[in-house]
Design a protein around this ligand. Structure first.
Ligand SMILES: Nc1ncnc2c1ncn2[C@@H]1O[C@H](COP(=O)(O)OP(=O)(O)OP(=O)(O)O)[C@@H](O)[C@H]1O
Length: 118
């Protein structure tokens, strides 16, 4: 049990690190809160909630993995290295793709709801 609590503490430490150091992670958290607020206000369906939850998790997960890999790259390659840069670029591309996927999904869910309001 003690080990479980300690592991939970390490995970919270990782989350706090990402929140404190990664502007993109903070922006994605705000976007997640906005999406949840819009979903509640516009009474989206259970199916739409599943898509919203999937998008939020995908973006936050890729951002956290990107942050971890960035730290690892800085540890093993503190100086300039073309491969180190490529690793970071590819990880940044993963975050970008999930963010675009989430944006498109959000538009598909929310735009028709907004249109039907007017
Ligand atoms: N050690 C390195 N060697 C070569 N290029 C690097 C190195 N570190 C970073 N880069 C290049 O600079 C870019 C930005 O790297 P940086 O570590 O500043 O990430 P970041 O801008 O903080 O990313 P994020 O906004 O996701 O935190 C990388 O995508 C890569 O192209």
């Amino acid at each position: 049990m003690n080990k479980l609590v300690r592991s939970f503490g390490f995970a919270i430490k990782g989350l706090r690190y990402a929140l404190a150091t990664q502007q993109n992670f903070r922006i994605h958290c705000v976007a997640a809160v906005l999406a949840i607020g819009l979903g509640l206000a516009l009474h989206v369906s259970n199916n739409d909630w599943q898509w919203i939850a999937l998008c939020i998790m995908l973006v936050l997960l890729t951002e956290l993995i990107n942050t971890g890999i960035e730290a690892l790259v800085d540890l093993v390659s503190p100086g300039y290295n073309e491969l180190a840069g490529r690793v970071k670029d590819v990880c940044a591309a993963a975050v970008l793709l999930t963010a675009i996927f989430s944006l498109v999904t959000g538009l598909v869910i929310f735009v028709p709801k907004f249109i039907s309001l007017f």
